[in-house]
Design a protein around this ligand. Sequence first.
Ligand code: MMA
Ligand code: CA
Length: 213
Amino acid sequence: MARLVNRELAEVNMDYVNLQESSVRMHTNGRNLALPDPRRRLFTLVGVGFGLLCIVQAALNVSLRLTPSAVRRNDTDQQRFLTGKYIKQGWVYFHTSFYFISSTKKSWQESRKFCQEQSADLVIINTEEEQDFTRQFHRLTWIGVHNVSRTGQWTWVDGTPLTKSYWGPGEPNGYEGRNENCVEIRFFDRQNSWNDIPCEDQNFWICEKEAAL
Ligand code: MMA
Ligand code: CA
């Protein structure tokens, strides 16, 4: 028993002595490192491994932020925010868009500016149902058609030319030589309800924001 203890003590001492010796050796080599070679190698490995993990994590962070699903999530957040805003402000939902029907009057340009400030634009009519929707309010209302640079080219506010139009009888006529370069819903009793009219006139207006819910 006593011998065993002694042997153990001796081994511990030897370890200690070896350790001292090697650190002294390393120190005298001028490298000033306190650990023996195998341990130093282990620490280096752990350090390099950790560094690599950090790089991988950083790369993942960057790439994840650019994935389509992350973009979709941001779009959805944005859409939810806008939807809440439109509902609170009394916009109405029809088919796949929100519409704002004004209760005050403005020029065509000012009306458009109002819509754009709400992330929307003056209404663009793509279907017969939408055309009927715009004339149910029985008011003179601006829609998103104008005569760009007075070339006689009637254009939607998104830049697309008219494919289907709903001009009233005898319209557009540039009445008595006037510059009638904007379009209003005027003959709301009939489906062909559009009239060209000076853009400076004061009218109600309809904004549209597409939002597939
Ligand atoms: C108004 C004006 C014109 C329109 C005619 C239709 C009198 O002028 O709105 O743009 O063409 O009415 O009668
Ligand atoms: Ca006219």
